[in-house]
Design a protein around this ligand. Sequence first.
Ligand code: AMP
Length: 288
Amino acid sequence: MVSSSSSSSSSPGSSVKRNWSIDDFEIGKPLGKGKFGRVYLARESKSKYIVALKVIFKEQVEKYKMHHQLKREMAIQTSLRHPNVLRLYGWFHDNEKIYLILEYAHGGELYKELRRSRHFSEKQAATYIASLAQALAYCHEKHVIHRDIKPENLLLDHEGRLKIADFGWSVQSKTKRHTMCGTLDYLAPEMVEKKAHDYAVDNWTLGVLCYEFLYGVPPFEADSQADTFRRIMKVDLTFPFTPRVSTEAQNLIIQLLVKDSAKRLSLEKILEHPWIIKNADPSGTCDE
Ligand code: AMP
């Protein structure tokens, strides 16, 4: 199903190698379970370089006809080099499985961190939003729209630096897209309406995430899917009294959750916003 037997743009550790196989790795503990397989901690035997090995069953990929999407995800992620984008070092396959050699994110899912602490401090939230804005500006420059930015797809490294993972829904395109995808709560109005959309869908999602980081729940949450759709379409945005969130943070959210995609704050302007300047840690790390 995948045309070449192995691919690697650069390799884990310093050694340059193009034809990886499972025999090159010592497999450690399972890190998690995804839609199509499992992720394991692994170590490249020669260099001792630690990676995350994502094992995907070909049968599953074929069953859900995800072959093209997976190939696209691999091609996009291999080509991206940014401190806030999870590296895909390479991949290989055998008869039954496809293996993705990924950068190891020691801190795990941001989502779990958010659920654990209920909501983030303004410093933490601003640092994550600035990291996301920088990573997305880089992706947009490369004509990549992620379209599925949500806490579950954001991982943290050992220093608490945010890493965008899972490029399953992303597209590399210079034109407007029409397909409906993404997760409900994070969908921009133009996607809910199945209208053509462009890079500005990711900017909307930053507004939703900024709200969720600060309040612990996404802004348009409702009991039914239909109600969430309605709330998104009306931009039915309210700010609870608790937890206490500064008006500067609310101002940034208001400027991102704008129905007209052309009027949303640009990624560059997000990075210049007073709340970001005041609160974001320039190193991108936050160990609170
Ligand atoms: P996924 O199949 O990408 O949804 O991954 C399933 C789970 O494995 C994730 O929710 C993470 O908890 C974990 N995981 C995936 N990739 C990594 C990674 N590169 N580093 C650490 N944990 C990971």
